[in-house]
Write a protein that binds this ligand. Structure first.
Ligand SMILES: NC(=O)c1ccc[n+]([C@@H]2O[C@H](COP(=O)([O-])OP(=O)(O)OC[C@H]3O[C@@H](n4cnc5c(N)ncnc54)[C@H](OP(=O)(O)O)[C@@H]3O)[C@@H](O)[C@H]2O)c1
Length: 164
């Protein structure tokens, strides 16, 4: 059975996006995301897919949820018209990451067994939000804290939670 995790960068006011983009510049988080997800399957909503500057992410099995499937076969990514179908496409994968956005996080937060949250320590103006995390239900397995620096505009923490 696959290990299914959510991965998200979330501000203190639970913001995750604005105008279908990430509302911050945190290259360290993009590097961390790449490190964790490379070689594995990633499931995302259509809007998140559309926000990727160069389309499907390399070295990962990309699965895009959409109710309007394209015709023909696309070599860079798979499409699924239900979460069940997306998970079926990942049946043989050891690690599966749910990578957003809001609608997909809302559908999966009660189903996944782990959360990789990058807490962005700032109040951010956003129009897309992560569902509230009930920290009573999650055990913090690891945490790394970093200050802002010349490349990363806010302090941030990489936190891995496991469902209790
Ligand atoms: N900070 C982070 O870590 C992070 C990560 C990812 C995204 N984001 C942000 O999140 C925002 C996007 O979130 P969003 O909620 O607007 O969009 P989204 O979840 O990325 O995509 C929504 C679309 O996905 C499809 N979809 C979702 N669930 C489905 C299902 N069960 N079956 C079939 N299709 C399904 C639908 O596409 P159709 O309309 O084609 O049917 C739906 O309109 C952006 O601002 C983005 O930058 C942030």
């Amino acid at each position: 059975m696959s290990n299914i995790s959510i991965i998200a960068a979330v501000s203190e006011n639970y913001g995750i996006g604005k105008l279908n983009k990430l509302p911050w510049h945190l290259p360290a988080d993009l590097k961390y995301f790449k490190h964790l997800t490379s070689g594995h399957a990633i499931i995302m909503g259509k809007r998140t897919f559309e926000s990727l500057p160069n389309g499907a992410l390399p070295n990962r099995k990309n699965i895009v949820l959409t109710s309007t499937m394209s015709e023909g076969v696309n070599e860079a990514y798979y499409e699924a018209d239900s979460l069940e179908d997306a998970l079926f496409l990942c049946e043989k994968e050891e690690e599966v990451f749910i990578i957003g956005g809001t609608s997909v996080y809302e559908q999966t937060i009660d189903k996944v067994n782990s959360l990789y949250i990058t807490w962005v320590h700032a109040q951010i103006s956003a129009d897309a939000f992560f569902p509230k995390i009930d920290l009573e239900k999650w055990l913090e397995l690891s945490r790394e804290d970093f200050p802002a620096d010349d490349k990363n505009e806010h302090p941030y923490s990489f936190v891995h939670y496991k469902r209790k």
